[in-house]
Structure formats: structure tokens, C-alpha cells
Design a protein around this ligand. Structure first.
Ligand SMILES: CCCCCCCCCCC/C=C/C(=O)SCCNC(=O)CCNC(=O)[C@H](O)C(C)(C)COP(=O)(O)OP(=O)(O)OC[C@H]1O[C@@H](n2cnc3c(N)ncnc32)[C@H](O)[C@@H]1OP(=O)(O)O
Ligand SMILES: NC(=O)C1=CN([C@@H]2O[C@H](COP(=O)(O)OP(=O)(O)OC[C@H]3O[C@@H](n4cnc5c(N)ncnc54)[C@H](OP(=O)(O)O)[C@@H]3O)[C@@H](O)[C@H]2O)C=CC1
Length: 213
């Protein structure tokens, strides 16, 4: 922030876009790995917001946009980033209220799965498979590209959004409303429903369905 102020003399906008994660089942994540992702996505965002506010926006106003993710149905396979991005969604709302009196607007953008060379390279040899796997889960039946996210960010930064703060704009072609990518294997580990006539009906329809198969 200090070097930006030195160079430009003001900070009108802050976009917290830097971030990422690795894919792993939650039970295999080390404490260090969990912390690295929380530090990058949540703590980094908080610290950048705080610094921009204290260094400039507190006295001059400004606009902040936080990039989060499609974690609205949880984020199985990337639980650390899901937790961090959900926390940023909430942080955005808190700061919108705390900093309104300074003329600061702050909103989030939640992209669906967005393909780019650089994003894919982070996942090494698994990148193409991981991104391709997401295609059927987009109502658009294709992935988005960064050029479809930046207009939303620019809109929120612009005076056209002067009356918008504390909001999250999903730019995901409806992905967050559609299926989860996470497969739950067939299992019988769930606790039984309590005995009674409704459970009898449940058993009956399940038996009938089975006999048809
Ligand atoms: C299987 C189904 C999954 C769901 C499918 C979803 C479909 C895909 C949707 C994709 C949507 C999102 C896309 C994007 O976000 S694109 C942006 C892509 N960019 C990134 O992801 C950047 C990735 N990298 C980082 O952000 C950082 O490197 C990271 C935060 C991961 C680590 O940062 P840091 O430099 O602070 O830490 P270290 O590298 O030193 O690592 C610290 C410890 O973290 C653990 N770790 C790190 N990488 C991995 C890994 N690849 N696998 C497992 N564990 C990892 C590890 O414990 C590190 O400590 P050690 O090195 O000492 O072991
Ligand atoms: N692509 C997607 O499907 C989605 C992406 N997002 C998020 O959008 C943002 C942009 O990602 P995208 O453009 O797709 O991917 P990229 O990998 O191209 O961009 C990620 C950027 O984050 C920077 N970064 C990572 N860790 C840190 C850190 N600790 N400190 C500072 N910068 C860091 C990287 O810097 P460097 O190049 O120096 O490593 C890189 O410029 C990320 O937060 C990402 O998680 C959210 C939802 C979906």
C-alpha cells in the first residue's frame, strides 16, 4: 500500500484476487496445508483490506472487490478454500457496514469454474482433468473465462454500482444452483430412521424399487 501511495498518491480501488488452494480430501489435509490456504485466501484478504483502509480509504473513500468462489454447497475436495471463501463473503458484509461512514463500498464476486492457462498450471498434470471434470456441472455446459469475470469486477468498482455494498455477485452461469461435483459412494452407514408407519412406507418403496432393478 505504501509503495502504491508513493507511486500514485491515492488508492481508489482494491481487488483481492490473489489466491488458490490444492485439492485434497479433508481428512488428508495437514495442519500446515490447511493454514497455508486460510492464510492466503482469508488472512491475506483481511490484511489487504485493513491496510488499504487505514492507509487511504478511511479518509478518502474507495471501492474494494473480493474474489471468492462457488462454495455455496460447501466445497468438498477443497474444504479449506471453501471455509476461507465463505469467511471472506461474511467479512465483506461486516466491512461494508463498519466502513460505510468513510464512503467505502466493498463487495464480492463469486466465480464458477473459470479456465485459464495459469489457473490450470497450478494443478500440474491433473489440471486438464480437473477443469474438464467441471464442464457437465455448469448449466452453460462450458467453463467460463477470466474475460467473463472482469466485467463484473469493473461494474462493482464503477459509479454504476454506487448504491451497492456488502453484496456478493455470483458469476457462474448458475453453477451454484446445480449439481455438486462430489460423488457420494453407495453406502449403508447412515443411522436407521425411527420405527413407525412412515419408515414402513419408506422400506416398502425401497423394496419395490429394488425388485424392479
Ligand atoms: C477432487 C475433487 C476436487 C473438487 C473439484 C473442483 C473442480 C475444480 C474447480 C477449481 C476451482 C478453483 C480454481 C482456482 O482457484 S484457480 C487458481 C489456481 N491457483 C491456485 O490454486 C494457486 C495454488 N497455490 C497456492 O495458492 C499456494 O501455493 C498454496 C496456498 C496452496 C500454498 O501456499 P504457501 O506458499 O503458503 O505454502 P507452501 O507451498 O509452502 O505449502 C504449505 C503446505 O501446504 C500443503 N500443500 C501445498 N500444496 C499442496 C498440494 N498440492 N497437495 C497437498 N498439500 C499441499 C503442504 O502441507 C505444504 O507443506 P509442506 O510442503 O511442508 O508439506
Ligand atoms: N479459476 C477458477 O475456476 C476460480 C478461481 N477463483 C479464484 O480467483 C482468483 C484468481 O484465480 P485465477 O486467475 O483463476 O488463477 P491464477 O492461478 O491465474 O491466479 C491466481 C493468482 O493468485 C496469486 N497468488 C496465489 N497465492 C498468493 C499469495 N499467497 N500471495 C499473493 N498472490 C498469490 C498468484 O500469483 P503468482 O502468479 O505469483 O503465483 C496468481 O497471480 C484466485 O483467488 C482463485 O482462487 C475462484 C473461483 C474459481
Amino acid at each position: 500500500m505504501a509503495s502504491t501511495l508513493k507511486l500514485h498518491g491515492r488508492i481508489d480501488f482494491l481487488v483481492n484476487n490473489g489466491g488458490g488452494q490444492f485439492s485434497s480430501p479433508a481428512n488428508m489435509m495437514s495442519a500446515k496445508g490447511w493454514k497455508a490456504v486460510i492464510d492466503t485466501n482469508l488472512n491475506g484478504t483481511f490484511l489487504c483490506c485493513r491496510e488499504a483502509y487505514n492507509a487511504w480509504m478511511k479518509d478518502h473513500g474507495g471501492v474494494i472487490v473480493n474474489i471468492i468462489a462457488d462454495m455455496w454447497k460447501g466445497f468438498p475436495g477443497m474444504a479449506h478454500t471453501g471455509a476461507a471463501r465463505a469467511a471472506v463473503d461474511n467479512l465483506t458484509k461486516s466491512l461494508a457496514i463498519e466502513w460505510a461512514h468513510s464512503g467505502v463500498r466493498i463487495n464480492s464476486v463469486a466465480p464458477g469454474t473459470i479456465i485459464s492457462k495459469t489457473a490450470m498450471e497450478n494443478y500440474k498434470e491433473y489440471g486438464p482433468t480437473l477443469f474438464k471434470m467441471s464442464v457437465p456441472f455448469s448449466p452453460a455446459k462450458r467453463l467460463g473465462v477470466p474475460e467473463e469475470i472482469s466485467p463484473a469486477v469493473c461494474f462493482l468498482l464503477s459509479p454504476a454500482a454506487n448504491y451497492i455494498t456488502g453484496a456478493t455477485l455470483k458469476v457462474d452461469a448458475g453453477q451454484s444452483l446445480y449439481h455438486s461435483i462430489w460423488e457420494i459412494p453407495e453406502h449403508d452407514a447412515w443411522p436407521e430412521a425411527p420405527e413407525g408407519e412412515n419408515t414402513d412406507v419408506l422400506r416398502e418403496i425401497m423394496d419395490k424399487t429394488k425388485s424392479k432393478l
